[in-house]
Design a protein around this ligand. Structure first.
Ligand code: ATP
Length: 200
């Protein structure tokens, strides 16, 4: 059985928080591989003015994964086009001999049963692996996981790991690139003058 981790996101830009959650999941659940899946059009989130293009977001994810034998860019959502729903991706990537693990942060678990399309079917198709994005979120995550389980059968693992509190929003606002994103991604952002600013 291949244990495959999936991490979807806008990756605008990808950062050390994404990498941290993926790496933790790899260890915590003995995954064989993690696919990073950039959204085409995110259904619940508007890409702000001055965002990287889809091709640039993919390229940055490729750079993030480069040199990590367990990590890979997966472009199914971009190739599918239109709004990117996780359920469609799970239907597409599910296969005999493959066990799927969906890696998500606090914000995504909290909104999961509210706005995600086919939340119940998502839980039939994968295990949810949730990580806190910031200190003090653990209790909230556990409570949310329990309330989802009361509604439908779901395998949700709330993992206890010290968080790496960083967001793409913070980076676009001029966060410290060399501390918050891998070197290859930082170099790309600088070289392509992304996010309408000159980063230190
Ligand atoms: P933005 O600030 O633009 O909203 P973001 O930092 O939330 O972006 P996304 O690409 O939207 O990044 O996130 C993709 C996935 O990664 C989501 O499941 C999100 O919860 C998770 N994630 C993002 N940052 C972290 C972090 N620091 N720690 C753990 N998980 C994270």
């Amino acid at each position: 059985m291949m244990r495959l981790g999936l991490m979807g996101g806008t990756f605008n830009p990808p950062h050390n928080g994404h990498l941290h959650a993926a790496r933790c999941a790899l260890e915590d659940l003995q995954l064989d591989k993690v696919l990073f899946i950039p959204t085409n059009v995110p259904p619940h989130k508007q890409l702000p003015e001055g965002s990287a293009t889809t091709a640039q977001r993919c390229e940055m994810v490729r750079l993030l994964a480069e040199g990590l034998p367990w990590a890979e860019l997966c472009t199914v959502e971009v190739e599918r086009g239109g709004p990117s729903y996780t359920i469609d991706t799970l239907r597409q990537l599910g296969a005999p001999g493959r066990e799927l693990f969906l890696i998500i942060g606090t914000d995504m678990l909290l909104s999961f049963d509210q706005i995600w399309r086919c939340a119940e079917e998502i839980c039939q198709r994968c295990t949810l692996v949730a990580y806190a994005r910031d200190e003090g979120e653990q209790a909230l995550l556990l409570e949310k996981a329990e309330s989802i389980r009361r509604r439908f059968p779901a395998d949700i693992r709330v993992m206890a790991r010290p968080p790496v509190p960083v967001s793409s929003t913070q980076l676009r606002g001029g966060g410290d690139l060399s501390r918050l994103v891998p070197p290859a991604v930082a170099a790309y952002i600088r070289a392509h003058h992304l996010y309408d600013r000159t980063f230190a």
